[in-house]
Write a protein that binds this ligand. Sequence first.
Ligand SMILES: C[S@@+](CC[C@H](N)C(=O)[O-])C[C@H]1O[C@@H](n2cnc3c(N)ncnc32)[C@H](O)[C@@H]1O
Length: 237
Amino acid sequence: MIVEIFEQIKINISGSKKQYSKRFFLFTLIFVFNFLNIYCYGFDYKQWWENWYSRGGNSGPGSVGILAQYKADVINDYIDKHKINSVVEFGCGDGVVLQLTKYKDYLGFDVSRTAIKLCTSKFKNDPTKSFFLYEPQFFVNKTIKSVDLVVCLDVLYHVIDEAEYLKVLEDIFSFSSKHIILYTSLNKSTIPYKNPEILHRDILPYLEKYKNYEIAIVPQKYKKLSGADFIFLTKKT
Ligand SMILES: C[S@@+](CC[C@H](N)C(=O)[O-])C[C@H]1O[C@@H](n2cnc3c(N)ncnc32)[C@H](O)[C@@H]1O
């Protein structure tokens, strides 16, 4: 009997070891592939989104169900509280979250043509919403300074390219809006390169240069479902 149990334990241990090394091998392969993709071949995160949407993909798990409703609820409360009329969004996505918001006058940008097409068709009868294709490299805004709020939700940790990350922040702040709401990660990736389209950064050091804004953080309510927190920036008077 004791021998039988011992044999069973031996089988289990060697089985799990095999499983563990298989998983480790796969993980290493994905890590190396994504690392090469990002650093040697210049992973194109914008093309990734375009391919994703054009194959029928949606804006991801953070933009459906309970998380979509959570984002919309927080934003709608903020809009009511601060009497916000005009809103600009960087990364409007497929418009599912947008449908849940109470924006009165809205302008949405996205890097994906298909996302813009989806939103244009979804809101074709809504005269309060406009959509534009966004290309960070070619975006210049020096004149539109009358916007109440700029939002950017679940987008910044998808901007892989460092120079573009800086440019997107510049463009967000270029509207000089009284309010800015960012919904993104506050921590660096612990396992980088797991998904090539995701790169978590600590955003706070990047925001230090925008000294004329006060920052308030509201931590994620559903921590098991999302790593993004709300960052509210208010222009100092
Ligand atoms: C996870 S989805 C979020 C969509 C939407 N904000 C929401 O909360 O449902 C990310 C979106 O950001 C867009 N995106 C990625 N990089 C971007 C960038 N640099 N500027 C604007 N949008 C970007 C993608 O095309 C995609 O539609």
